[in-house]
Design a protein around this ligand. Sequence first.
Ligand code: ATP
Length: 435
Amino acid sequence: MQQKSDVMDKIVSLCKRRGFIFQSSEIYGGLGSVWDYGPLGVEIKKNVKEGWWRSNVYERDDIEGLDAAILMHPQVWMASGHVSSFEDTLVDCKNCKKRFKAEQVFGKMCPECGGELTEARQFNLMLKTHLGPIEEAGSLSYLRPETAQGIFVNFQNVVNSMRRKVPFGIAQIGKAFRNEITTGNLTFRSREFEQMEIEFFVKPGTDEEWYRKWVDERFGWYVRFGMREENLRKRQHEQNELAHYAKACTDIEYKFPFGWSELEGIANRTDFDLMQHMNLSTKDLQYFDDESKEKYVPYVIEPSGGIDRSVLAFLTDSYREEEVKGDKRVVLGLHKRLAPVKIAVLPLLRNRPEIVSLAKSITGDLKSSYKAMYDDTASIGRLYRRQDEIGTPYCITVDVDSLTDKKVTVRDRDSMKQDRIAVDQIKEYMVDKFK
Ligand code: ATP
């Protein structure tokens, strides 16, 4: 366990030191469980989203994209059941004022300070806000606790505007907010986070087959992006664990340093949400099947993943320490598509203007296609280590010989193998490497 929590400490420190993740409002002491993504964090996060969007929206022909607003009509949350059941049972410590989930506290004493605890109370996880100039009950609104509802309320709009036929899905990436109580483990459970969700609409009766397909598809996605299969598992929910809307649910769990925990949930939401919205809005949300001439409310299979948890899992999974010729090197062996910087161009001598200028011009050329950077702030050995630590797949070194033979050295992050490549061939070489 000691060793495992060490890994977490190392990830936390790497994230801060190298600009992946910072605590929100740090100069004011920080805001609990809210995180900012730094210059490298924003890149890996963007790459995870891009990878997900490409796999689901572009490479399939049965999914459309959507970007619904965070604020929604308050009745949406009545219909979805979040107003009445999106709750945790909590106890407060009368002494230190800390708040705990009732299920985590044994006995009547505070686990932190031994103080007396209050009776358990229901606590809604939705963050409230008010729209308009006056803060009164009628202006009450919520920051969405899941992106899914934006999809359900637009179901008819997408069917009609895109002439879609069931089975088909709608994919969305966006922020969600929950006033979480159990916090810690970096971004794993944040109060503001991002979800990548698909609501896949199917004919009732075909739902169980689609559910199984989606569990396999989503598991395979993480593996295709380089996550080690032995660190992933599927866990099917017991009946008594299921959310109020679900007929079945499987979590894809990752073996984080703090234990197996949910990365993504795939739920069979049945026709619960569309039915609820149909009843409360009194709008007909049934689908008319041209072929069978039937009218029905589709069932929904929902793969719902968290981007922040994925980023954390990809970082943890790819972190390794190695010994190279007596020296320690830290490497993020990230999948090339996820790496925040793809190529670093490094001059061997920074006081030789011709070398610097060639290195800068190579960087400039690569920038139109890749996130490439130039760095001359240390010796070559240190520059390599710095790039390894952030997962840069290729480093290009410009040396004195480059000026005459017009060739540069390309170093592979993982094998550390070096290739000598003609400057005018680099782009082609990289196209092949990033295929
Ligand atoms: P948990 O049981 O861990 O709180 P959940 O079952 O409530 O998660 P869902 O409602 O199924 O989560 O949300 C779908 C996905 O959204 C989760 O698999 C997770 O990746 C992500 N997610 C949910 N809550 C958070 C959070 N507070 N911080 C970061 N990601 C989250």
